[in-house]
Design a protein around this ligand. Structure first.
Ligand code: FMN
Length: 169
């Protein structure tokens, strides 16, 4: 799929067929994630690939908007490792760029995915951190649920000329 097509047609997919996702494809998604830009090339990301059904089933106990996760083939927890930051506070932007790359790569490979926000909700971050045994200084930004899509959505078409300003607001 061409890059612009992937960007303009990606949607959050929350229903999955149950078909497994090849590990080779998961590695492609992670390669896409790690190709993201980061402040000073600090690359503060760490990824937890979650394939255990027991863990996927537990997520809705700790995240209020995650009922689709038990139906997903897998999930990727995108984390920032704070000690890797060269420029304090930029880990969120770095990890968000990595997350968007995963969403786009998943879509380009015919998969469906959805971004579930964790940081900056402290309680959620602590509970998910405990569930996945994250060490201190590693903060979960989001969880991405991934699977073969069982729903189709139209392109978002959110282009809005009123949001564009030229030279000055
Ligand atoms: C920071 C962030 C947090 C999100 N958290 C959730 C979430 O917890 N649960 C969920 O179902 N979708 C979540 N989403 C997906 C949004 O609901 C979705 O992107 C938005 O409604 C636009 O729809 P689209 O992705 O299909 O274009 C999140 C998206 C972002 C960027």
């Amino acid at each position: 799929m061409e890059a612009m097509e992937a960007i303009l047609t990606r949607r959050s997919i929350r229903r999955y067929s149950g078909q497994p996702v090849e590990m080779e494809t998961v590695y492609e998604l992670l390669e896409a994630a790690m190709s993201a830009p980061s402040a000073g090339k600090e690359q503060p990301w760490q990824f937890v690939v979650v394939t255990e059904r027991r863990l996927l089933n537990e997520i809705p106990n700790y995240h209020p908007h995650s009922s689709m996760v038990p139906g997903a083939a897998l999930a990727i927890l995108v984390c920032g490792e704070l000690k890797r930051e060269k420029y304090v506070g930029f880990w969120v932007q770095d990890c968000a760029a990595a997350t968007q790359n995963i969403l786009l790569a998943a879509h380009a490979r015919g998969l469906g995915a959805v971004w579930l926000g964790i940081h900056p909700r402290q309680q959620r971050a602590e509970a998910i951190g405990r569930l996945f045994g994250l060490p201190g200084g590693v903060v979960p930004l989001c969880l991405i649920a991934i699977g073969h899509p069982a729903e189709k959505k139209p392109p978002p078409n959110r282009y809005d000329l009123t949001r564009i300003h030229y030279n000055k607001w």
